[in-house]
Design a binder for this molecule. Structure first.
Ligand code: ZN
Length: 178
């Protein structure tokens, strides 16, 4: 899934347009976050519609569009400012990779069957923590930074199993199960 997204990012715009047209890509306002916990680190995989992040999904057409995209990628590259963790857990960002999947960096191309009308920001992070037991909650400052985002469907995976939860703008603190 993640590999496929990266591959698509590298394909010519025409192929990406086909992909966007052939799938109901996403619902605006609703992003997805997968959290995978291991012994002393956890991974986050975030997928959010461009509409939620920068307010548009067309190809960046002018300097203002391009700077909004660049600012968003810069902010998405700092996960600890978006997903606030208890300081006592002592977590640091081991890796952060952000890509825009879709057509937004290409030239505007609406000549063939509407081109790509959707794009998504995808971000993958690995966080390393000194004390995973102190990792009791996550506060989603994400919703303060990205004001068009309404929900994140969150899937928590640990050796104990998998749990699906919805985190909303109005209830933006996720209490992690023990
Ligand atoms: Zn869209």
């Amino acid at each position: 899934m993640k590999c496929a997204a990266v591959v698509l990012f590298l394909l010519p715009a025409a192929l990406m347009a086909q992909d966007a047209n052939s799938s109901n890509f996403h619902i605006h306002g609703v992003g997805r976050l997968e959290l995978t916990f291991t012994e002393n680190e956890f991974a986050l995989a975030l997928e959010v519609p461009g509409a939620d992040i920068v307010g548009f999904e067309h190809a960046a057409e002018n300097e203002d569009d391009r700077s909004q995209v660049a600012d968003a990628i810069s902010d998405l590259s700092k996960p600890l400012t978006l997903f606030e963790l208890p300081p006592e857990a002592g977590c640091v960002t081991a890796s952060a990779n952000v890509v825009l999947v879709g057509d937004a960096f290409g030239q505007a191309d609406t000549s063939d069957n509407g081109a790509a009308e959707h794009n998504e920001f995808h971000a993958d992070y690995v966080m390393q923590c000194e004390d995973m037991a102190a990792l009791t909650k996550i506060r989603f400052a994400f919703f303060e930074r990205f004001t068009e985002a309404r929900h994140l469907t969150v899937q928590l995976t640990s050796p104990e199993g998998t749990l699906d939860v919805l985190v909303e703008r109005e209830m933006s603190v996720l209490t992690l199960p023990k």
